[in-house]
Ligand binder design. Structure first.
Ligand code: SF4
Length: 209
């Protein structure tokens, strides 16, 4: 499988924010979001045999492993890796862009799915596969990146018309007005969590953190 980078950090996004994790960023993405901050993962990377990757991960001795991208579910071996990590007793967080069928992922307490719902500012919202919402469990969460009022209204419409049983995260696009987003959430009485990208607050827009 093709791997872009492997690094230790704390989770910077979503409801497990601040948790130390080993990040395995896989190469390749089927989308091209206008504000993508990991363009370097579209093609760059090295081929790994899944068994060698597993050994490398094991040497790092981290409880949590975050499999991200790019879009990690476009590589078939990702499912083998997830299964192997769960069997080894790891907690696994998989970050997926919402445009790929997630139904083949196992339903396990130690597997957390972070499912994006792409907003209009990404230019990719027509690729959202809403059927994926049916496969989420109580530990999973849905994430909207909000850049402006149009994104906010789109997210509210999705929340009001779809059956979302998990926690919902509104993540302000990096560089936008977080206070304004918080006010919009409070004014609309929304039961969502507004969470910034913690790693960018700490390290800025650096790679590998
Ligand atoms: S889904 Fe993620 S990796 Fe792919 S283009 Fe969008 S932001 Fe970038």
């Amino acid at each position: 499988m093709k791997v872009n980078e492997i690094f230790k950090s704390i989770q910077g996004e979503g409801i497990y924010i601040g948790t130390p994790m080993l990040f395995v960023r896989l190469t390749g993405c089927n989308l091209r979001c206008k504000w993508c901050d990991t363009k370097y993962a579209y093609t760059e990377g090295e081929e790994w045999k899944p068994e060698d990757l597993l050994k490398k991960i094991e040497r790092e001795s981290m409880e949590w492993v975050c499999i991200t991208g790019g879009e990690p579910l476009i590589q078939d071996e990702t499912y083998l890796l997830v299964d192997a990590l769960l069997r080894k007793g790891h907690k696994v967080l998989i970050e997926t862009n919402g445009s790929v069928d997630i139904s083949k992922l196992p339903t396990e307490e130690n597997l957390v799915v972070s499912l994006d719902i792409k907003t209009p500012s990404s230019g990719m919202h027509t690729f959202n596969q809403f059927k994926n919402l049916d496969y989420l469990g109580p530990n999973d969460y849905v994430k909207f990146v909000i850049a402006d009022e149009t994104d906010f209204e789109y997210a509210v419409k999705i929340i009001n018309t779809r059956d979302i049983k998990t926690e919902i995260v509104f993540q302000p696009l990096w560089g936008t007005d977080m206070e304004k987003l918080v006010k919009m959430v409070l004014d609309a009485n929304l039961n969502v969590r507004v969470l910034p990208q913690l790693h960018k607050i700490i390290w800025g827009e650096r790679r590998g953190v």
